[in-house]
Design a protein around this ligand. Sequence first.
Ligand SMILES: [Zn+2]
Ligand SMILES: [Zn+2]
Length: 289
Amino acid sequence: MNSYLEAFSNAFMGSLNWTWKSVLGQVPWFQNYFWGIILISLIVWGIELAFPWRKNQAIIRKDFWLDLFYLFFNFFPFSIAISGFYELFTLFFKNLTIPLNQIALIDLASFPKWAQLLLFFVVLDFVQWFTHILLHKYPFLWKFHKVHHSVKEMGFAAHMRYHWMENILYKPFKVFAIMILGGFEPQQAFLVHFITITIGHLNHANIKLTWGIFKYLFNNPVMHLYHHAKTIPSGKVGVNFAISLSIWDYLFKTSYIPEESGKVSLGFPKDETFPKSFWKQQLYGFKKD
Ligand SMILES: [Zn+2]
Ligand SMILES: [Zn+2]
């Protein structure tokens, strides 16, 4: 029991310390998520302002500050608070009687570095695509995911408007993905994390970007805008569930892009009654209907 307590406090303190050192610029630049996310946000915002898709959208759009608050909350205080629990979770899996390498389908360590990263990216993206569908399909999960879908005007920071429970819901699937890949994250995983943050920011940005023929491979702002559309095709729980790669939606026939004006109305039915403030949005998912 003591070893669990120790692991918990070590992870928590380690994460707090790491974040503080990041703010002070005392960690390697390529692992500095604090300044990294600020830089990515400024670049994507700059592109939005220079080449806006919806020309009459305000620079400080609806809920801009709320979304910026979410961006910092989900990245820093929350991730420090949860780090101890994540460590316990990983330890618990490690202490199970099944050695991790027995469920590994692929031994990532035997691949060259670039292939390790690529596999890590593709497998992790797939499990997140799948988890995202579950968030739409099951009402008790949808209540938490509604926070992300309460965006009415789209801009880069909307990427990070999501309930902290989503991190927890995605976590077991991500751990499972890492386990089938041999039980460890590649050393350069930070590269994958920065790429996914950038793609996620772009997906929500007010830019008309489709990647041309590569739209079948990469998610993009046009495709993701329809994920946020208020009205979805009847009989479906949602469309365009892609995170970074759009290929899963094309393969499994969940893609839907009827037009590209960028003027579609966003949200979900009866979203007028959805709480507007951060704290009320935090409580919404836990309340009974
Ligand atoms: Zn969604
Ligand atoms: Zn989104």
